[in-house]
Write a new protein. Structure first.
Length: 248
């Protein structure tokens, strides 16, 4: 028995196809962060459980979803990740097998501006998407949250396409949200920004992603991605500085 979980906010363009791809699951639970579009209405047209919860951070939102799951085995994909039929069949096969591991990673194919980026740090993009909820939970990070487990982790054979790009402004807005959450996390740790954070950290992010992680081999898309990710690091520390100045 498998519980399929997801968290949503304004995902009306993805929600129905996503639910359809989860037809292999025995229950589907959507935790929505008070969407202002038709996400909830579209989800309720299908046989899914929809719970609305105000968003505080990604770990809390996802751990709350896990707490609602009836079954021990959970699949937890993002809505911009594609669950192909071969991947779905492999998941069911693993859960029904004898003595499976407690958690399994899925390798993601990163799609940006309509192009699959083979480098830019995504060569090793593997994330836990299938797990036994009794042994796993999200690690508490406000953003870029990951499953925390002391158990051995396996890797599924089939991959998932990760198409997070819906338009330049949308992608920029998403990175701004991540920057704000990371700034709040640093603020709670009493980290005070200085010129090192404003100058070196964005420069290092660009150099690391574009050169060390071979983003240069991904062409123009690789350059654009490295540049806007570096700028998001700059925004993180600007937002942190504004928090100490008590300026919105």
């Amino acid at each position: 028995m498998i519980s399929a979980l997801a968290i949503t906010y304004n995902e009306e363009s993805n929600i129905e196809s996503y639910i359809k791809s989860l037809s292999f699951a025995d229950e589907i639970i959507i935790v929505d962060s008070n969407s202002t579009d038709n996400t909830v209405a579209l989800a309720k047209k299908h046989k899914v459980t929809v719970v609305e919860r105000a968003f505080d951070n990604f770990s809390n939102q996802k751990n709350h979803a896990i707490s609602l799951a009836k079954h021990d085995w959970v699949v937890f994909f993002d809505l911009d990740e594609k669950i192909s039929e071969p991947l779905a069949k492999e998941i069911v096969s693993i859960v029904n097998s004898e003595n499976p591991l407690k958690a399994y990673k899925v390798k993601r194919n990163f799609i940006f501006m309509g192009k699959r980026l083979k480098y830019s740090g995504f060569q090793t993009d593997e994330v836990i998407r299938l797990f036994n909820k009794n042994y796993c939970k999200y690690n508490g990070n406000s953003v870029h949250e990951t499953i925390q487990t002391s158990e051995k982790t396996g890797l599924l054979k089939n991959t998932s396409d990760h198409d997070t790009y819906k338009g330049f402004d949308n992608y920029n807005q998403k990175l701004s949200q991540y920057s704000k959450l990371q700034a709040e996390q640093l603020f709670n740790k009493n980290v005070r920004p200085n010129m090192y954070h404003f100058l070196f950290r964005p420069w290092y992010r660009f150099m690391h992603q574009y050169f060390l992680r071979l983003g240069v081999l991904d062409g123009k898309e690789g350059f654009i991605l490295a540049y806007i990710n570096a700028f998001s690091v700059f925004k993180r520390y600007i937002q942190l500085w504004l928090m100490y100045r008590k300026i919105n």
